[in-house]
Design a protein around this ligand. Structure first.
Ligand code: FAD
Length: 569
């Protein structure tokens, strides 16, 4: 038997730009490409508020399964296949390493605490066995460890300081590597139980056939192939790419989203290297002479020698190159597309360098605030029953499993629709004083791009617990939506019960006279809920409580304890 290596796939479910896979394939007779179905994330939880496991909604799981199928089919084109195993990943892996006599274990470095702990257990075993381990950083543009080290052991806590430390991303600093034309064949899988990619029903999820069926119409299908297509499509409009400026753009535009909708792919298929490659051209164009641009093109043309996966990327790049050569102006970070990717790295770095990043307690960068525990209000928000149509439509878009097919396409969107809308409107208006951890948990299950570092980071931000502290800046669930979508098309689409409410009442249907409600066949309080809180008084109360909590944090220099918080309530 020749030498064998094991490629342990976790998030980076892709063949292209995958340094761990490349290393696994180098100088090896057999490669075992493995994915472990982890009960921690995947086992059904009947007690959860919507179908899925305790941590992931059924759409997230479905998206993952689609990504696995795509990876499997891409591996098969190269004469291999994905080996699916089930169980506690550490134990499963050790069994495989022993049975297959593995000499080299390769996997993408992961900064999430769950994977840090898992990887430490695996590394301990592996080093006692003399197995080589290769675990490169390829999920982010920069290595969070290096940034933290540069900053004297602490993560930078402002975007500007992060960008300064990180420097300009470039072809050299982003983890772009080659693709693979072939990988060594599979060895004998012997006594280890292997399955092919399971269906969602085989995972134990019942009564969701309808959801899966409806989802077939969704544009957000998982997988590397889909990711590459999406990147190409999303960047097809050169003017749009050059002018991209967040948060400008219409957040209510559900048929043609105002952003790239690449985040689910960045999460699972890890499109980052390619996406970053494309937006890095913005940087290049700052000073690019045609000579420099050509040298980038030449670097990429090398990849042509490899295989099909990179070709799509190359094609996009060639298009971009010609665009950028002709573009006089383009936006810059933090608002540009490149700027968005830097936000991603910023949150990854902050999360990695901050113990208890996902909690208020014990988190040194998080303001201690005596949040309320109002499960009724939380459930009303989560289930789209607040009585504020703009908020409810957003939640229906994120949550709903009961739409007809064409609606489904937007129902399980990533953050794109939701984040601008929910993010800005929600924490300081309707969630009012509910703990950000509760909102975070809802997003974690529902969003298909759900990502530990980014989700926690954005909730910390939007609850004014960290990074951003202007708690007086409250967005209205009425006027914010109206500005972008005066006719309420977004609301009418996702809340058909309100479809005949006249334009002047669509954002505040409770103000419509009874006769109008009857004519629109929508009686407020019966067919659609009355508002669960009065926004004006709720937001005033929220500001007052936040001001008190901030004052206490200042006085005690952050060392606030539970008694202090109780006294504030
Ligand atoms: P684009 O605007 O096209 O940006 C391109 C890429 O930049 C995105 O795909 C994403 O990787 C990155 N990016 C953009 N905005 C942000 C941001 N605010 N923070 C970090 N990275 C960003 N994003 C997730 O990927 N997973 C999450 O779990 C998540 N939870 C969020 C929770 C809240 C409360 C809020 C307000 C935002 C959250 N975001 C999350 C961030 C962001 O809203 C989404 O990444 C973005 O909307 C995805 O849409 P897009 O791919 O079209 O983004």
């Amino acid at each position: 038997m020749g030498s064998s290596s094991l490629m342990w796939f976790r998030k980076g479910l892709r063949l292209h730009d995958n340094p761990a896979l490349e290393h696994a394939a180098k100088g090896t007779d057999f490669v075992y490409p493995v994915f472990v179905i982890d009960p921690h994330y995947m086992d059904p939880d009947p007690a959860a508020f919507s179908p899925g496991s305790a941590r992931a909604g059924v759409n997230r799981i479905r998206f993952l399964l689609e990504s696995l199928s795509d990876l499997d089919s891409n591996l098969r084109k190269l004469g291999s296949r994905l080996l699916i195993l089930k169980g506690e990943p550490g134990e499963v892996l050790v069994r495989c390493l022993e049975q297959w006599d593995i000499k080299k274990l390769c996997f993408e470095y992961d900064t999430d605490p769950y994977y840090q702990a898992l990887d430490a257990r695996v590394q301990k075993y592996v080093s006692s066995m003399g197995i080589e381990v290769y675990s490169p950083v390829s999920h982010t543009l920069f290595d969070p460890r290096a940034i933290i080290e540069k900053n004297g052991g602490k993560p930078p806590l402002t975007y500007q300081s992060f960008v300064k430390l990180a420097g300009q991303p470039s072809w050299a600093s982003s983890p772009v590597s080659t693709g693979l034309s072939s990988i060594p064949p599979l060895g004998d899988v012997g006594a280890v139980h292997i399955s092919s990619v399971p269906t969602i029903e085989e995972l134990g999820y019942e009564n969701i056939g309808q959801i899966v069926l409806q989802h077939e119409f969704s544009p957000f299908k998982g997988g590397e192939s889909e990711a590459l297509k999406r990147l190409e499509r999303s960047c097809d409009d050169k003017g749009w790419v050059a002018k991209f400026e967040k948060p400008k753009g219409d957040p209510s535009s559900f048929e043609k989203p105002a952003t790239t909708v690449l985040s689910p792919y960045l999460k699972v298929s890890d499109m980052l290297t390619i996406a970053s490659a494309s937006v890095c051209l913005f940087v290049l164009t700052d000073y690019a002479t045609s000579k420099e641009v050509c040298s980038v093109a030449q670097t990429f043309s090398l990849y042509l020698n490899f295989q099909i996966y990179i070709v799509l990327c190359l094609r996009s790049l060639v298009v971009y190159l010609s665009v950028y050569r002709n573009v006089k102006h383009h936006t810059s970070p933090p608002v540009s597309l490149l700027g968005q990717l830097l936000w991603r790295d910023f949150f990854y770095t902050a999360a990695f360098g901050t113990p208890n990043f996902d909690k208020m307690k014990g988190n040194r960068i998080c303001k201690q605030i005596p949040w309320d525990d109002n499960s009724e209000l939380l459930a009303a928000w989560r289930d789209g029953r607040t009585g504020y149509p703009w908020i409810d439509a957003i939640m229906v878009q994120a949550v709903s499993e009961s739409y007809e097919s064409n609606h489904m396409s937007c129902s399980f969107i990533n953050g794109a629709g939701c984040t601008i809308l929910l993010g800005i409107v929600l924490p300081v208006s309707l969630l009012v004083f509910i703990h950000w951890e509760k909102g975070r948990d809802v997003f974690e299950r529902l969003l298909i791009d759900s990502d530990w570092a980014i989700n926690n980071g954005n909730w910390l931000w939007l609850s004014c617990s960290s990074f951003f502290y202007d708690y007086n800046r409250i967005y209205s669930p009425i006027s914010f939506g109206k500005k972008h979508d005066p006719n309420g098309n977004f609301i009418r689409h996702f809340l058909p019960v309100l479809k005949d409410i006249p334009k002047e009442y669509i954002y505040e249907p409770w103000t419509a006279p009874k006769s109008i409600q009857i004519k629109a066949k929508c009686i407020i309080g019966k067919d659609y809920p009355s508002p669960v809180v009065a926004h004006d008084s709720a937001s005033k109360e929220c500001k007052k409580k936040l001001a008190e909590a901030y004052a206490l944090n200042r006085k005690l220099n952050g060392a606030v304890n539970e008694d202090d918080l109780r006294n504030l309530k």
